[in-house]
Every structure is written in C-alpha cells, then in structure tokens.
Design a protein around this ligand. Structure first.
Ligand SMILES: Cc1ncc(COP(=O)(O)O)c(C=O)c1O
Length: 397
C-alpha cells in the first residue's frame, strides 16, 4: 500500500500568498471600482533588455538549423556560460573552476534540493524571517530545523546558532528584510562552519543589488569559505529572468564534510543533478550569456537602478510619515516596523482599507517577522509613486 510522505503534513499551510489574495479579493468585492496598488510581490515587471532579447533570439535561431542545432547539453550547463561565470567571480577576486559551477533553472529549485545530498539526520539552521523555501524543503525531507533570529538590534542579519548544527541557510541580501550581511558577520559564520564542520548554503539571489562596495556580494569573499560554503545565485531578479528561468550553484571542490575527501560533495551534487535534472534550456543559456556580456551587464545595471529608484521612493515617502523603515538600500525590499506595534496582519488590513495598498505581512516569513511588513520595489515607477502617495494621503497613523 502506498503511503504519503507525512512530512508534508508538518508544513505550515501555504497561507501567506493565498491569504493575501483572499483578503484583497474580499476588499475589492466590497469596494467595487477602487484601484488596488500592489507593493506585495517579489516579481520583476520591466522588459528584458535589448541585448538579452538578441541572445534569446540567437538561441532560437540556432535550433532552426541542423548545423547549429543542439539537444541535451553539458549536464552542468553550457561550458561557455560556466566560463563566463568563472570570469564574473574572477572580477571579484574569486577563483573558481568551471567544474565547480552548476547551471540551473533558478535559485528556488537548487535551494530546495541541495540538502538532499546531506545526511537525513542533519540539523538545519535557517534565518528567521527569511525566504520560506529553506524551511519548507527541509521539513519535507524530515530534517530537524532550528532558527536564527534576524533581530532589529542585529540589523536583521542572524548570528550563528548557539549549539552545533550541520547545515546553515542564509540569504544576503535578505528577503524579506532587505538587510545585507557585512564581511565581519559572514566571517563569523564561516568560522562557525569550519569549527563545527557545518556547511553554509548561501543564497545570493539579490547580490547584484548591492551597491555599497564594502559589502560582500559572495560568501567566497571570506577567507576559508570555499571549505564550508555552497553559493546559490540566479538571473531572476537582476536580469528579469523570473519567468525565463536561469541560475547557478557553486559547489567548491575544496568543500569537505565529515567522512569525505576533496571533491566528494561536488561530485554528489553532480550526481544528483545528472539524475534528477536535465539542464537549463539551451535558448535560455544563450540569454544568460548575453546578460554576462559587457553590453548586457550595462543594460541590466540600468534595470537594477530602476528598481532601486523605486526603493528610494518608497523608503523616502514612508520615512517622511515617521514610519521606521529598513532595507531598500542594497536590496529591492523595504522592511517596515508596523506603527504602534500592531500585528503584521492587522497592518495589512489597515494599509489595504485606508490606502488601497497591498503589501506582505512580515510574520509570513517567520515568527521573528511579526510586527514588521515587507514592501517590494519591483513594479512600474508610476504605480510605486501612486502607492506611496496614497499611503501618505490616506494612512491614519
Ligand atoms: C532569496 C530568494 N532566493 C531565491 C528565489 C527564487 O529565485 P529563482 O527565480 O531563481 O528561482 C527568490 C525569489 O523570490 C528569493 O527571494
């Protein structure tokens, strides 16, 4: 008799976005004709750049001719793309080999699947609040999870756990708080991991939003990190690939865990991917090459600046009201402390009913997010301006 994986029953229901949709729909039905302003989603809205479109078209055209047609590709990803990613890191003083890079269909699947190569008994530490995939994927695989609180006092970046854990999931810039770990903070994590023989899974999906040169964009900027960290990244947020789908994961050869030799963890991830994934689309990888070209980088930087200008508009506009706002400087998220300690969900209702603006309750990203609220800078500038104006004019503080 087949049985289900009962760990699925241990998941909190995917309450956050369905509840947001439910409350928004109910409000719209009660208030027909009202225009809802959305600052809730972490989804890109602006068109792909000209160079990227050219790259994607080139990928399509190659498939139209038998001489240039390709079917299944290199299992770790197109070697040209991996070489460009090696260069991408080299410019930051990080030296990788193409064998250490695994091209993926985005950061979500890799961040959810990576713990499958580690022992089922592993204890996993996840930041709180954070992108919910790390928690849910580890609950599904039956691993024990402990939390690292991202408190206001610590700038919304966690400290390593007090006890011994085996896997640590951190995300910098952090979704939802928009906070970025300093080199000093990452050094503490690397030291912890090396001492406890733990592995850090570092999600750098928003790294290209970091403009402050003193802040690390990659965990490999920290000495010793190659011995204890896996880094996951994506083209989604900075090149507009949320729907196109492309990312990569770095598993250093140097990374060793209990009972393994050099290269074993890297070869395990290769085995896992070769067994359960058939590679990113060849068309899309051509688009990724275009993103990494000099022209592509320049254009994507404009895209980043566009969203970061939105962040500035939100942060300034809300700051003027006397609200306590964080993030939004090296990340496209603004993290807001709810006024008078109202709960995240009560603030959601208040913002919707008074200003017609939809945001995301901080408590949906973890218990430590209670009393906070996330606003996203992804959106058209005019819509962002309209939403901020409406908050300024209508929110009763
Ligand atoms: C921290 C973080 N990692 C990963 C992802 C997913 O990225 P991708 O589109 O590459 O799967 C998101 C998406 O919102 C995210 O916020």
């Amino acid at each position: 008799m087949a049985t289900i994986n009962a760990n699925y029953d241990k998941l909190q229901s995917s309450y956050l976005f369905s509840e947001i949709a439910k409350r928004t729909k109910a409000f719209m039905e009660e208030n027909p004709g009202v225009q809802i302003l959305r600052l809730g989603i972490g989804n890109t809205t602006e068109a792909l750049t000209a160079t990227v479109i050219e790259g994607l078209i080139k990928g399509v055209k190659k498939l139209a001719d038998t001489k240039t047609y390709t079917g299944y590709g290199d299992e770790q990803g197109d070697i040209r793309l991996r070489k460009e990613l090696v260069t991408f890191y080299k410019k930051r003083g990080i030296f990788l080999d193409t064998q250490e890079i695994f091209v993926s269909d985005g950061a979500k699947s890799d961040s959810a699947n990576i713990s499958s190569i580690f022992g089922t008994e592993s204890i996993v530490a996840v930041a709180d609040p954070v992108y919910p995939v790390y928690l849910d994927s580890n609950v599904i695989s039956g691993k024990k999870v402990v939390y690292m609180e991202c408190s206001e006092d610590e700038g919304f970046i966690p400290n390593p756990p007090k006890g011994k854990v085996d896997l640590i999931f951190i995300c910098s810039p952090n979704n939802p708080t928009g906070a970025v770990a300093t080199k000093r903070k990452l050094r503490v994590f690397v030291e912890y991991a090396l001492k406890n023989k733990a592995v850090i899974v570092f999600d750098a999906a928003y790294s290209e939003y970091i403009s402050d040169k003193s802040l690390p964009k990659s965990i490999y900027e920290i000495k010793g990190a190659k011995g204890c960290a896996i880094e996951i990244n994506s083209f989604s947020k900075w090149a507009g690939f949320t729907g196109v789908r492309l990312g990569w994961t770095v598993v250093p050869i140097e990374l060793i865990v209990e009972g393994t030799e050099r290269g074993k963890v890297n070869s395990l991830w290769n085995r896992r991917q070769a067994t359960m994934f058939n590679g990113a689309s060849n068309i899309v990888q051509e688009g990724g090459l275009a993103v990494l070209s000099a022209k592509g980088r320049k254009e994507c930087n404009k895209l980043i600046n566009y969203y970061m200008n939105n962040a500035k508009i939100i942060k300034k506009g809300l700051g003027k009201l006397g609200l306590k706002v964080f993030g939004g400087e090296n990340a496209p998220y603004i993290w807001l402390k709810t006024p008078r300690e109202v709960s995240s969900w009560d603030f959601f209702d208040k913002l919707l009913e008074e200003a017609y603006v939809v945001g995301t309750p901080g408590s949906g990203f973890g218990r430590a997010g209670e009393g906070y609220f996330r606003l996203s800078a992804f959106g058209h500038k005019e819509d962002i301006e309209r939403a901020v104006k409406s908050i300024q004019n209508n929110l009763k503080l």
